[in-house]
Each structure stands twice: as C-alpha cells, then as structure tokens.
Design a protein around this ligand. Sequence first.
Ligand SMILES: [Zn+2]
Length: 399
Amino acid sequence: MVFKRSNLERQVGNLPKKILWCKKCLMSNQRPRIIFDKDQVCSGCNNSDNKRKINWLDREKELKDLLNNHRSKKGNFDVIVPSSGGKDSAFVAHMLKYKYNMNPLTVTWSPLEYTEIGKRNFYSLVNSGLTNILVTPDGEIQRRLARLCFEELGDAFHTFVMGQISVPFHIAIKFNINLVFFGENGELEYAGDPNYVDKPYKPHKEWLKQHFKGVNFEELIQFGLKNKKYIKEIEKFIKKDNLWFYKPPSALDLEEKKIKGKYFFSYFKKWIPQENYYYAVEKTGFKPSDERSEGTYSRYASLDDKMDGMHYYMRYIKFGLGRCCEDASHEIRDGHITRSEGLNLVKKFDGEFPKKYFKNFLDYLQINESHFQQVVDSWRSKNIWKKINKKWSLKIPPK
Ligand SMILES: [Zn+2]
C-alpha cells in the first residue's frame, strides 16, 4: 500500500535539486529558506559571523529604551513571554523580570503530550516567580488535527507550532499588552530567510511563510473537514471558539493594539543556547533530561513534548537534516566544537529513530505502524533518498 498525500505543504516542492552542504557547519541547502553564498557557506554561518560585529552594549541600550516605553507604572503585566518551561524562554522571562524590572506574563500553549521532565521544568519556572497562563485545547480536535498535519504536512507537531505562535498574541490582546517577547529568531540562529535577521521583531505578514509551511489554518481545516479520516465526523462539535488559538489574531486586531510582531530577545542579547541553559539551571531550577535526546547528543533542548522526537525525525525524512545537524551546526558556529567533531556526531546520531515515545505517537494519532511507515515514505523525495537492499540512505550525506 502506498499513502498518497496532498500538496498542501508548500516547502518540499521548492527545494534546490542539487544538494550542497555548508563548508563551515552541517546544514544543507535543503533547509527551507536557507541561502548559500558563492563559497558554499550558509546564511546561518554568515549571520553568525555578522553577530561578532554587533555592539551588544548598544543593543542592550535599545532593549532598555524599548522596555522603558512598555513598563507598566500601575503594576499590570507589561510583556508576554511565550514559554513552555524550556531553558530559553525561562532565560528570557527571568531576565525581563529580575534584570529589567518588567512584569512578564508567561503564556504556555500546552504540548500535545507533556513529558515528565517537561512538566517538572514548567512548574519549576512558575515557582521561580513567574506568573503563567496555560492554554490547553480540546484534546479530541487537537489529536485529529495532529493526524492531519502528520499525513498532509509531514509533521504532527505542526498542530503545536500553530498555537505556539498564535496563542501569545490572543492573550496579549485580551490583557492589553502590546509587547510579546520570543527567544531567538530561528531564521537567524538556525539558518533561514535573511530578511528580518537584523530586525528586533518579525511582523505578522511573514508568519505564514516562515512558521505555517505556507498553509493557512482555514485551508487546513477545510481539507480536514472534507476527509472523514481527519475531522469530518466531529464537524458538529467544531465551533469557532475551539479553534481561535490555532491562527493568529487578524492584522487589523494586531495593529489596533499596536502589536508590531514577534520580538526576539536574541536581537538584543547574544544568543548562546549553552549559556541560557546554565542560567536556567541556576535561576529557574531547570533540569536537563537524564539521557540524551534521540537523534542527537544534547540533553537540554526540546524536552517538553513526547512528540518532539518525531518532529525532528520527520524533518530528517523531508529534508535529510536531522536534530543532530541542527545542534552540531549551532555549536560549530558558537565555537564549542569543530566541524569534524560535529560530523562524527552527525554520523553517529542524525536520523536515529525516536523509539522512546513511538507507541505514544501511534496511540495518540490512532494509526498503526504500517500506516505510519507509508506516510513516512510518502515524504521521502527521490532527490534526497535512495533505497538499496530495502534500506534507505541519503544520496548525498555530509562529509
Ligand atoms: Zn553553515
């Protein structure tokens, strides 16, 4: 049996045919929106070099000016920090409160299925002195959307991403807060679209392309409603109020509230994940996992959701770039490891199957293993993969 997927996902069809690997890090040109220069160096590495020229004291002054314009004199919440309890958002929220005297409201969009360590870190952050609103969607709708996203967009976790971007802005509007601070600009830190890399915020008009795989929520839900296996059979239970958090507020609502977009702490403060980790351990009681995450060597990033591992695995299937490539590339740019050390790690861990929560994943989506495999194979492009003796491997691996 072959699973036939739609072309709702707009990224995979537009990737360069000739696969190139960055000479400095371990990113390939299959990462959506990445740019390679004439020396075969990726935009992530070039951005990283540019970061060395930034005067961070000037940037801090910019931050102070921005915060001075938003700080509440009446004791109201004055900045939203989207947070799961992970090290990066813990770092941002804690710094804003204790170093810059803001009154942050952390907003959490619930993971699809919390891990024990994720839940523990979430409460630890709250207990370090940060107020939180946890938004948890209708589990039945969420689960069905996750299956739709897994099959048609190649990523069940996309259900989470939609809310992760959208919910903080809905809460901002409800609480009259016009500053929303995310951690890092992913396009800058992990290589992507060079536009807006040197801007303190990303306006909402960019979100569709950069965060939602080019598919807007209405289109996705209409597709789901037409197909019984997704959400058609619960159509009568789907009400507007169960869905608002999956899509951002309208441009008009955002502009009316003077919300410019997603602000990035990484614009104002040099973003070094390892240092955020040490800060979070000390100040918010953050704990890493006891074991390395599957598919990589790190123990402190993306720990909250049992679906995280599959998210990275599907990226590996779609783009030939797994979790280890991401981690190693950032550490190469930060000077923590060399490219050849990174390459050895990638050879060892990249693309490792996330078996720890595999059964949870199948149970959550209510699919069996053979269907899972068909969906996975429907996302393997001939350009990236070859099959020899029933075994898949990358046609052009990094070297
Ligand atoms: Zn690079």
